[in-house]
Design a binder for this molecule. Structure first.
Ligand SMILES: Nc1ncnc2c1ncn2[C@@H]1O[C@H](COP(=O)(O)OP(=O)(O)OP(=O)(O)O)[C@@H](O)[C@H]1O
Length: 263
């Protein structure tokens, strides 16, 4: 990085993405700087997860001359390298083997983007030291010995955030992270997102729960029918009118201590 230039995390220009026979993302233009905090909102099926999967190269854009996908400043990636650098967390575990992996080892799998610590993987001392730092950061030292399959959903989610953090270049992509969490676990997750955001971790959060959006998130992306229909500040877009228009239903909104509640 030079001078005051902010490092770009993502630059998408004129991106169209097909799934099966249908084009489900249309002319997506989006730039995100490293360290930004963004929430992506939109009705079911509008393409939020496909957008994340385009960033992780699990979905490929339709090739045409104006199309550009640049991630961390590069257009071409070794997929394994890219997966290691992107911290993606969804409600699903990386694989069945993760259930039989301890929390500590599951965090370390983030260095390899694997579902468990297979015997052939070379875990270095510096990886172990870094994993301990992350376990403290996510407040998971107390259950790090437990098998992931024996953890509560909230503990599992925290371990998956830790797994995403060890390898990632400071950007977390969270796809509906509060799914299946009870109220206490949702509150813990919100607290963790806040701490990470305050410590400088960038966050792209997909959620259907407006209350999940921590005060630190200041940019909102609205999607509808495969298009970005609004991209702006929270003050401008997180209003009852804009949400009602986005979801085509009457939405009421209130705000308390920087958190919003919609019903
Ligand atoms: N594996 C797939 N094969 C074919 N079409 C798919 C596939 N996955 C998703 N789609 C379609 O792509 C479109 C976008 O889906 P996507 O999952 O990205 O939306 P979303 O906004 O994340 O939805 P939700 O909020 O319900 O999770 C939808 O029309 C969906 O039916």
């Amino acid at each position: 990085m030079q001078g005051n230039l902010v490092e770009p995390f993502l630059h998408l220009a004129h991106v169209n993405v097909a799934r099966g026979e249908n084009v489900v993302l249309h002319d997506i233009n989006l730039s995100v700087n490293a360290g930004e905090h963004i929430a992506i909102l939109g009705p079911n099926g509008c393409g939020k997860s496909t957008l994340i999967k385009t960033i992780t190269c699990e979905c490929y854009p339709v090739v045409h001359p104006e199309m550009k996908v640049r991630i961390f400043g590069r257009e071409r990636w070794d997929l394994t390298e890219l997966k290691k650098r992107l911290g993606v967390v969804s409600a699903e575990l990386p694989g069945k083997q993760t259930l039989k992996t301890s929390g500590r080892d599951a965090v370390i799998t983030g260095f390899f983007s694997s579902s468990t610590l297979w015997p052939n993987l070379l875990v270095t001392d510096s990886m172990r030291v870094h994993a301990e730092v992350v376990l403290r950061q996510i407040d998971a030292v107390g259950f790090a010995e437990k098998l992931v399959g024996e953890m509560s959903a909230g503990q599992q989610r925290r371990i998956m955030i830790g797994r995403a953090l060890v390898g990632s270049a400071g950007m977390l992509l969270l796809d509906e992270p509060s799914n299946a969490l009870d109220l206490a676990a949702q509150a813990e997750l919100r607290g963790l997102m806040r701490r990470l955001a305050q410590q400088g971790t960038g966050i792209m959060l997909i959620t259907h729960h407006i209350a999940d959006i921590p005060p630190e998130i200041d940019r909102i992306l609205m999607m509808r029918e495969g298009r970005i229909v609004a991209d702006g500040s929270k003050a401008e877009l997180l209003t009852a009118e804009r949400l009602s228009d986005l979801f085509k239903t009457e939405v009421q909104l209130s705000e308390r201590d920087g958190f919003y509640h919609a019903w």
